[in-house]
Design a protein around this ligand. Structure first.
Ligand SMILES: [Zn+2]
Ligand SMILES: [Zn+2]
Length: 249
């Protein structure tokens, strides 16, 4: 399984990265995990824009889903004819949310291109991957996802505050893409996001093989986020997500 970081900026795009998006590939199948603002531009640096077989949306905040609207254009109106219909997994109401964001008629415009399917807690099969989801600690219906293939596992936190569910989901993963949106300071809102230190604590409890800090906010100092995580007690390798970084699991 190959993981490529397409976008890792948190909450809004930064100067060097779109918002959240990760490409997961195995056995010729390409799964896009989140499709935040700017993801479709960045994707074209690393992959054929139409060569996506399925999309998973962790939650319906715009920095995780909004480029699906423009991706509908790319797949529907490409000069060679419409690209094949693909499944789009997301929380309840994903189709209605996206259709409204584009000001389309409810049927059939977007559903001709995307086969919307609900994400629910528990395991499912997407292409060659076993995908297990769990509800995270965020103000909206938000999922963390564990993706397994060929004996390797990736866990992606999506957006979450402190979460024992995330520790359970990530248990023993080879790669843990964990959000670290907050810089540590007094008065942070609860049940929203993690700091670098908290991401490291979740990684240590889950005994993951490698921690990659992501959902990095443009106004934070990434070196502070990294040093917070390094002070967390997590003993494995830690790094900051970067657009174009590739992990072969
Ligand atoms: Zn977010
Ligand atoms: Zn969010």
């Amino acid at each position: 399984m190959r993981v490529t970081v397409i976008g890792c900026s948190g909450s809004f795009p930064g100067p060097d990265s779109p918002a959240s998006s990760y490409l997961i590939e195995a056995d010729g199948f390409s799964l896009l995990l989140d499709i935040g603002n700017g993801a479709i531009g960045s994707l074209q640096r690393f992959h054929g824009v139409l060569d996506i077989d399925a999309i998973c949306i962790s939650h319906l905040h715009p920095d995780h889903c909004l480029d699906l609207t423009v991706y509908w254009i790319a797949r529907t109106y490409c000069p060679d004819g419409p690209a094949p219909r693909i499944p789009v997994y997301g929380p309840r109401g994903t189709a209605e949310h996206m259709i409204k964001a584009y000001e389309l008629e409810p049927n059939p415009e977007m559903t001709d291109t995307f086969d919307f399917r609900p994400l629910e807690p528990g395991p499912m099969r997407i292409g060659p991957f076993t995908v297990t989801t769990a509800l995270m600690n965020h103000p909206v219906e938000a999922y963390g996802l564990r993706i397994e293939h060929g004996g390797s596992a990736l866990t992606y936190s999506g957006d979450t505050g402190h979460s024992d569910e995330l520790v359970r989901l990530a248990r023993g993963s080879d790669l843990f893409l964990c959000e670290a949106a907050f810089a540590d300071r007094p008065g942070l809102p609860p049940d929203m996001h993690l700091t670098g230190r908290e991401a490291g604590e979740h990684a240590e409890r889950a005994e993951v093989g490698r921690l990659v800090l992501t959902h990095l906010l443009p106004w934070n100092d990434p070196s502070q986020t990294l040093s917070e995580a390094k002070d967390s007690g997590y003993r494995g390798p830690i790094e900051l997500a970067e657009v174009g970084a590739v992990y072969d699991l």
